[in-house]
Design a protein around this ligand. Structure first.
Ligand SMILES: [Zn+2]
Length: 342
């Protein structure tokens, strides 16, 4: 098959469009012919290399996959060759106490497809059969690939962790990012008032169109001061954090008494300083959030099928131009998901 692989860590130039062996699924897996695969920042981190993370080389990235079932073993009853599917990007063992309690993301064997395994920057991918989900009818493969990882993440953060509800004020950082776009929509769906941050007026307008009530320009304005102004000094009830070091201090201080901070990432670095006086005196709660369980993703698929949550695709590149697509993501000029068409 054709695939985009890297044989060593480095910049976009290490991505090579080349021949690769066809994946050979075993009996608990299936073979999926990839139609579309969305990019995530994880792809860039894997390509650059992370301390203490071993990526088996050559590696195929790509966690958000839609496609057509090419092969399943004869005993499979739910899916057959030709079925259009979405692949759950996170894979637990399916047997342990955490998996059986619906907390697949806490499974000790949890792997993200395209990070802990070979992924969807390829014509074919093998995945465990339990992670196939029927693609909603009438949805394009590009849209179908664009939403699972970021929407299940936002759902896990706002619903499962922060228990967001009507009347809550939610601050969503970087509303132009994949997680940000999803979080604005999920928070609105839950009846919250949303204050978002974005990098320019064009992105601010797009964030408002998605449902943000207020948008702060995070380059030109002081986010904390603006949050205070917009909330009459009260602060917000929930902060959706995924930026890390550069925003953490402001995120903690932006919380109202009893506020909840949920973090799913640290794009600008993981060594942030927390002023503990705010944490105890305001009785704050800090949640870590990592992907989501299969049940949560199925809920998200239902909400997307109903049109209550909308995938946002920034651009589509052919597979062989994956390096160009990653460069676009690294420059942060995009709004929505960047998708590879295979
Ligand atoms: Zn497990």
């Amino acid at each position: 098959m054709k695939a985009v692989r890297f044989h060593r860590h480095g910049g976009p130039e290490v991505l090579q469009y080349e021949d690769a062996p066809d994946p050979e699924p075993n009996s608990d897996e299936s073979l999926v012919r990839v139609s579309a695969c969305a990019l995530n920042h994880l792809d860039v981190w894997a390509r650059n290399g992370l301390p203490n993370v071993v990526i088996k080389m050559p590696h195929i990235s790509g966690s958000d996959i839609s496609g057509i079932v090419e092969w399943v073993p004869p005993e499979e009853t739910r899916f057959a060759k030709g079925d259009e599917v979405i692949v759950n990007p996170g894979v637990g063992c399916g047997r342990c106490d955490r998996c059986l309690a619906g907390r697949d993301d806490q499974c000790s064997e949890y792997k993200i497809i395209g990070y802990g395994t070979d992924g969807g920057y390829a014509e074919f991918v093998k995945v465990r059969r339990t992670h196939l989900i029927p693609k909603p009818e009438g949805m394009s493969f590009e849209d179908a690939a664009s939403f699972p990882l970021v929407f299940e993440t936002a759902y896990h953060m706002l619903v499962t962790k922060a228990r967001t509800g009507p009347g809550d004020r939610v601050l969503v950082l970087a509303a132009n990012s994949g997680v940000g776009i999803a979080a604005v929509q999920v928070a609105k769906m839950l009846g919250a008032e949303v204050i978002a941050t974005a990098g320019d007026t064009e992105k601010a307008a797009k964030a408002k169109k998605l449902g943000a009530d207020q948008v702060i320009d995070h380059y030109k304005q002081d986010v904390l001061a603006e949050v205070k102004r917009l909330t009459n000094n009260r602060g917000v009830d929930v902060v959706v954090e995924h930026v890390g070091k550069s925003t953490w201090d402001g995120s903690v201080k932006a919380l109202a008494k009893g506020g909840r901070l949920v973090t799913c990432g640290a794009t600008t670095g993981g060594e942030a300083v927390t002023d503990l006086r705010y944490v105890f005196s305001r009785e704050l709660t800090i949640y870590g959030s990592y992907m989501a369980g299969m049940g949560e993703l199925l809920e998200v698929v239902k909400l997307v099928s109903q049109g209550r949550l909308k995938p946002v695709v920034d651009s589509v590149f052919p597979l062989e131009r994956a390096a160009e697509a990653q460069t676009r993501m690294e420059k942060s000029g995009h709004f929505g998901k960047i998708v590879l068409k295979v």
